[in-house]
Ligand binder design. Structure first.
Ligand code: SPV
Ligand code: MG
Length: 288
């Protein structure tokens, strides 16, 4: 999958990466035609009913990456937050994520434990630039496959440090060897990110997560020419919650499942997603 992601990146078009929190959601993203899976820390935290505050452990996240890579055929971009510690911890994390089947990692320049970037209030502290360069260098030195992509994410705009600091950090992370730069923003309009992208004079391409500024659609992203990956950061878990809330409420309101049956997928569709057709073949072959 690492070479598949590199091949897609070499096409020099915008790659569309959808968040997933389970093998099932990863499979649905694949069927919908996305280029990759975002193994989102936010989504997995929400799946466990927990805030995105480094509560989910590396082992829990790795288990999910492993499960998703076993069932979907798309490259996985793993959200490894701050790298689970310092540069030494990063060397361990990279080896583990590569082994688990990830094609790329995104590592962010916040302090551990992190606070969800999208939280309206909260501590958003960054580590020193040199320290984060050390983490990037550690990630590059520990990957066994040179095609494994290391994406450096700066939270300078999230931390309110302004565009100049964001550009300074992005340039420093490129100098440390990052393959791509993720610039994150939680402003309600695309202005902040568009301005950063226009000012970016580095050689490596940019990744964005436009959750907070949804009017930044794909034609607007492509017009900037420097963004090579858009991550839809939490739309799998939000879509699931929307659907479950609706159906659960209607079942309680209507006193049964009779009114919702037409609005949810059939059991046969779930059988299909579970791969029950394969089970039938194996049954015929081996059950004697
Ligand atoms: C995630 O999906 O876990 C992310 C993106 O890191 S965000 O929640 O917007 O920070
Ligand atoms: Mg995250």
């Amino acid at each position: 999958m690492t070479s598949k992601l590199r091949e897609k990146l070499a096409e020099r078009r915008l790659l569309h990466v959808m968040a997933a929190h389970s093998p099932l959601s990863a499979k649905l993203a694949e069927e919908a035609g996305f280029d990759g899976i975002w193994a989102s820390g936010f989504e997995l935290s929400a799946l466990y009913g927990m805030p995105d505050l480094s509560f989910v452990s590396m082992t829990q996240h790795l288990d999910m990456v492993r499960a998703m890579s076993g069932s979907a055929h798309l490259p996985i971009v793993a959200d490894i937050d701050t790298g689970y510690g310092n540069a030494i911890n990063v060397t361990h994390a990279i080896a583990e994520y590569e082994r688990a089947g990830a094609a790329a990692v995104v590592i962010e320049d916040k302090t551990f434990p992190k606070v969800s970037s999208l939280a309206s209030t909260g501590r958003q502290e960054l580590v020193r630039i040199e320290e984060f360069q050390g983490k990037i260098a550690a990630a590059l030195a520990s990957r066994r496959d040179p095609n494994f992509v290391v994406i450096a994410r700066t939270e300078a705009l999230i931390a309110g440090l302004g565009e100049a600091e964001a550009l300074r950090r992005a340039a420093a992370y490129e100098a440390a060897g990052a393959d791509m730069i993720l610039i994150h923003s939680k402003q309600k309009t695309p202005d902040e990110v568009e301005s950063f992208v226009r000012a970016w004079s580095g050689d490596v391409p940019i990744v964005i997560v436009p959750t907070a500024y949804p009017e930044m659609n794909e034609s607007r992203i492509s017009a900037l020419r420097k963004i090579r990956m858009v991550i839809y950061g939490n739309h799998a878990i939000r879509a699931s919650v929307t659907a479950m809330k609706d159906i659960f409420t209607r079942i309680r309101r209507d006193g049964g499942i009779h009114t919702v049956n037409e609005n949810i997928v059939s059991v046969e569709e779930i059988f299909r997603l579970q791969g029950m057709d394969r089970v039938k073949i194996v049954e015929k072959q081996f059950l004697r």
